[in-house]
Design a protein around this ligand. Structure first.
Ligand code: ATP
Length: 196
């Protein structure tokens, strides 16, 4: 028997005035899948991610994410998902480690687990040697890896990654792709990967 889908969408539609941003989208994503969601600029990827997280209401169609209704169950859903937006907002005045510490508090990570989780993310994302430097001094690739580490702090089952390699050079992009593959293969996380 196939496992229940993590994301089940049927005929999802969302308009902004005359613009149909998402037009009858139907898809299913199963546990542990890395689902590539491809589309040109303006195709509706970001709008879809916002609909799936309950940050926008659909105009039509049915959506279940982790068995929940995104708009109604938004707070629970967002506790169980991680989102990397196209332009992640790091606090550039804080160090890499402090950026993670603040999020750990916001996400309610059990206090005793915070130092260990942060350390292992910093090591896994090759940021440990620069952890005490301000994030404003990081390269674009390092900022992107820090934002990805931050999206994982609360150990979400499902990750929405909106163009996680945008602006990275080929080496930086490959590193991020390797990390995403590891998340799926070693930790069985489900990933919706939006890209051009
Ligand atoms: P990109 O690759 O450029 O990020 P995208 O695939 O993520 O694009 P969306 O950002 O979802 O695309 O936009 C889809 C369409 O919906 C676009 O025409 C956009 O202008 C429109 N749109 C998105 N959000 C809004 C909004 N809040 N108000 C009005 N129009 C919007």
């Amino acid at each position: 028997m196939k496992p229940d889908p993590v994301i089940a969408v049927d005929g999802l539609t969302r308009r902004f005035g005359d613009v149909v941003a998402v037009d009858g989208l139907t898809l299913e994503i199963r546990p542990g899948e890395v689902f590539g969601f491809l589309g040109h600029n303006g195709a509706g990827k970001t709008t879809t991610v916002r609909l799936l997280n309950g940050l926008l209401s659909p105009d039509g169609g049915a959506v279940r994410v982790l068995g929940l209704e995104p708009v109604k169950d938004g707070p629970e859903l967002r506790r169980r998902t991680g989102v990397l937006t196209e332009t992640p907002s790091l606090d550039e005045r804080l160090t890499g480690r402090e950026n993670l510490e603040i999020y750990a508090v916001l996400y309610g990570v059990p206090r005793a687990e915070v130092p260990g989780r942060i350390e292992s993310l910093l090591v896994g994302f090759e940021l440990a040697h620069r952890a005490e430097e301000k994030a404003g001094a990081y390269s674009k690739g390092m900022k992107q890896r820090l934002a990805l580490a931050r999206a994982l702090l609360h150990e979400p089952e499902l990750l929405f990654l909106d163009e996680p390699t945008s602006g990275l050079d080929p080496v930086g992009a490959r590193r991020v792709h390797e990390l995403i593959t590891r998340l799926s293969q070693e930790q069985h996380r489900t990933v919706l990967l939006c890209t051009h």
